[in-house]
Write a protein that binds this ligand. Structure first.
Ligand SMILES: *Cc1c(COP(=O)(O)O)cnc(C)c1O
Length: 354
């Protein structure tokens, strides 16, 4: 299938690239491809960025049959465009597709579309430290039909947003509230997928945590509310007595690409790391006996986010004196240096676009 390109006649004015918010501005072009039953995915194309028309009865509006991804493009100091592990994003999109009964995409074709889009809009990639072009591939169900069943038509799109830091705090440690009434995902549900519905159900807890002065929610398992799952849009790691621990993927946790990269880095450095069940009680006990050394979240948007304070029940745990830990800093530096080309990409994670 050939990807056609229709360039904009009216390039937009760029925002102030030295003071970028996250996810607010969008580049000049977008990638679109349609799916129709009997025809499969067709008409992959790059067109000027703009609104799309949908029937008010389009199924995505009613039953949320939708999946998405998030990744970033960087420009290295020599001006080349770099994507971080984009193949993993399209592979994961197909995992989400399977669960949401959305047809599989051709990963190689979508990657090709992404490369062409990013190359065309490369002037939209900001270069200041901490900035990047945030890329959002997504698929929506478009059948005009009010019945619960898989849609017979879909749109796959990729949009790009020059963005600054996801958390205004940057690398300053965040305060996290351990949520013990609401849950995010349950066994057999959609927790392992990137689908909007997971987020829709989580917003209320986020609002309550904000009101209490916390920036994020740490989710516990949806069955016993004992075991740690993840944070809002990040996976979570603890360093306890020299060992780095992160919850094992259990079907309700999102399999983060930053999580995977962090584990691979720690292994390559010979730092003990384990993926296993970890209860909030274990973390609390480690805090009490002085072995809770570091805590951080991992995710594409924030990359690495140190956690300075965890609040569980009536207990407030201050971690590493509310300062970024040594391992946390080393992971952040290594990943960002590889992404931006300041450090040799020994892991083979970067895809150069031009
Ligand atoms: C996207 C996401 C993450 C982080 O995954 P990355 O691939 O590292 O960006 C973690 N948790 C949830 C719920 C997510 O949606």
């Amino acid at each position: 299938m050939e990807i056609t390109i229709n360039k904009t006649q009216n390039p937009k004015a760029k925002p102030d690239m030295s003071n970028l918010p996250f996810g607010k501005y969008f580049s000049d072009h977008m990638f679109i491809m349609d799916y129709d039953e009997g025809k499969g995915w067709h008409d992959p194309r790059i067109v000027p960025y703009g609104p799309i028309e949908l029937d008010p009865s389009a199924m995505v509006f009613h039953y949320a049959q939708e999946v998405f991804e998030g990744l970033k493009a960087y420009k290295s100091s020599d001006g080349h465009v770099r994507l971080f592990r984009p193949d993993k994003n399209f592979a994961r999109l197909n995992v989400s597709n399977e669960r949401l009964a959305i047809p599989q995409i051709d990963e190689a074709l979508c990657l090709e579309g992404l490369k062409k889009l990013v190359e065309l809009d490369k002037e939209w990639i900001p270069e200041q430290e901490g900035t990047s072009l945030y890329i959002r591939p997504f698929i929506i169900a478009t059948d005009p039909f009010l019945g619960v069943k898989p849609s017979e038509s879909y749109k796959f799109m990729i949009i790009c947003s020059p963005s600054g830091l996801y958390y205004p705090e940057g690398l300053a440690p965040v305060k996290i509230y351990v949520e013990d009434s609401y849950v995010r995902a349950v066994r057999g549900g959609t927790g392992f997928t990137k689908t909007g519905g997971n987020y829709a159900g989580s917003i209320r807890a986020q609002v309550v945590a904000h009101e209490k002065g916390y920036s994020q929610v740490l989710w516990l398992d949806g069955v016993e509310q004992k075991y740690i799952e993840e944070v809002g849009s990040m996976n979570i790691f603890f360093k306890i007595n020299g060992e780095v621990v992160t919850p094992a993927l259990n079907g309700s946790i999102l399999s983060g690409i930053t999580r995977m990269s962090t584990i691979e880095l720690l292994k390559s450095w010979g730092v003990p790391v384990s993926e296993r069940k970890i209860s909030i009680q274990e973390v609390s006990d480690a805090y009490d006996n002085g072995t809770l050394e570091e805590c951080f979240g991992t995710g594409t948007a924030a990359i690495i986010s140190p956690v300075g304070e965890l609040s569980w029940d009536d207990k407030v745990m201050l971690i590493n004196d509310n300062k970024i830990g040594e391992i946390t800093q080393r992971i952040f530096d290594t990943i960002t240096n590889i992404q931006t080309g300041k450090e040799e990409d020994k892991m083979g994670w970067v895809l150069k676009v031009d």
